[in-house]
Design a protein around this ligand. Sequence first.
Ligand code: HPA
Length: 268
Amino acid sequence: MNTTAQKALAAWAPGFAPRVAVVLGSGWGGLTAHVQNPIRIPYAELQGFPAAGVAGHGGELWLGHIGVQAVAVMSGRKHGYETGAVDGMKLPLQVLQAMGCQILVQTNAAGSLRADLPPQSLMAIGDHLNLPQRSPLVGEAGSARFVNMVDAYDPGLLAHAHARAAEQGCKLHTGVYAWAFGPQFETPAEIRMLSLMGADAVGMSTVPETIIARHLGLRVLALSLITNMGAGMSQEHLSHAHTLSQAATASQSASALLAHIIGTLALD
Ligand code: HPA
């Protein structure tokens, strides 16, 4: 592929070949402080990259290094609830893969369904529930569209994340992430249902990107920052402002751990 966005990127950062693509969700903006010698490119300069539409989500691509790793960090993502389309991250991820990325690291903010996973906890996603049953691969041709979703969240990357967290004395849970389409929060009845279905956390993103990434052959690691208990599980009043304020509290330590995880990744 050689899209307009790719040509623009070649002009912004000639010869730069990122190996790890990172998507930052609410509360994870602190990771950009760990990008060394960054080149910051507004999405508006990259045709097909999402216009920033949600408070707390930037709209820039950061190219640079975290540790020895060449990274492309998307500060801000497109959500299904913004337009109804779930393939808004397809072109950006195709471009990053074509530039050389082998791994996609995703982050998000999520609500917890487990009493032992309180706000400020960190959870690595071990598997997901695609509740809306929507796919960014609709319209793709060929048998490659029938993507195998076993181990969609790479077991080797999960083990790596847990080992790095243990080194830093940081508790990292593992769990199942349920994609709720949003933008409204869940009802208490929906939260009880999700719990019965085997979900540990719920959020409005990440799943479409994981599907796109697996179709592109990227290995995926995803981390959720728990910002609240699911609706009806506590007295807190859910709002986007609440999500952002809770995320801000844990943001620095979460981002420091993530930088350590990325900076020590072993690549082929
Ligand atoms: N539900 C859905 N998405 C979320 C939540 C939640 O409780 N918290 C943060 N993102």
